[in-house]
Design a protein around this ligand. Structure first.
Ligand SMILES: [Zn+2]
Length: 209
């Protein structure tokens, strides 16, 4: 008799028999499952890989749907997990940084170069003189007072600032300058007027009687 011809009562009886068999042969069943799992591990991994590659867009869309519908829940889960495993997470993070330091430095350099090139009009170089050694290039606030701006927005310097520029869709008021041009600009703009003032006072100070 094929399954199609089974009556509902027969089906119920068959399932009950199966359940009963599973209950009385629990250990054997588990053992068999384990063996089958181990024997087909590679085959299953290969199938999964193929399936994932063939259904990439559907999988991504499903994952995104789930994420969007559960943002708050996921955030809470993640922060709860972090609070519970703070020390382990820190150690893991530290170890990751040690193991992948070259990769991390390379990634940070790529971020820096990308931002400098954006503000260098497509070239990782000073917009005033064309100097292009990334080690002596930085982002300059066109109207001056870049440090005050950063302090006001609570952004630390270095990479954090580069990331902030990307996150904020590259605000217009910046440019790439080399250290020389930055310094010259500062002098020209009298941004170090106070230093000059002190110098002037010192030079014109009357000698003590
Ligand atoms: Zn320059």
């Amino acid at each position: 008799m094929t399954k199609k011809e089974e009556t509902p009562e027969q089906r119920e009886r068959r399932l009950a028999r199966g359940k009963n068999y599973y209950r009385t042969h629990l250990e054997q069943c588990r053992e068999r499952n384990k063996k089958s799992y181990a024997a087909n591990k590679e085959k299953r991994a290969e199938y999964k890989k193929k399936y994932n590659a063939e259904h990439e867009s559907q999988i991504k869309a499903k994952s995104k749907r789930y994420h969007d519908a559960n943002v708050e829940k996921l955030k809470k889960k993640s922060s709860d997990y972090y609070a519970k495993h703070k020390i382990q997470a820190k150690l893991k993070n530290q170890q990751y940084r040690i193991d992948h330091q070259d990769k991390i430095l390379q990634h940070q350099l790529e971020i820096k170069i990308g931002v400098l090139a954006h503000y260098g009009n497509g070239k990782c170089a000073c917009v005033k003189c064309g100097f292009d050694n990334v080690k002596a290039l930085s982002i300059d606030h066109i109207n001056g007072g870049g440090n005050d701006h950063r302090r006001k927005d609570n952004i630390s310097g270095g990479l954090e600032f580069y990331r902030w520029l990307i996150r904020n869709n590259y605000p217009k008021e910046y440019q790439t300058l080399c250290m020389n041009c930055q310094y010259i600009k500062k002098v020209d703009n009298r941004e170090i007027a106070r230093g000059e003032q002190i110098l002037k006072e010192r030079l014109t100070r009357k000698p003590l009687p």
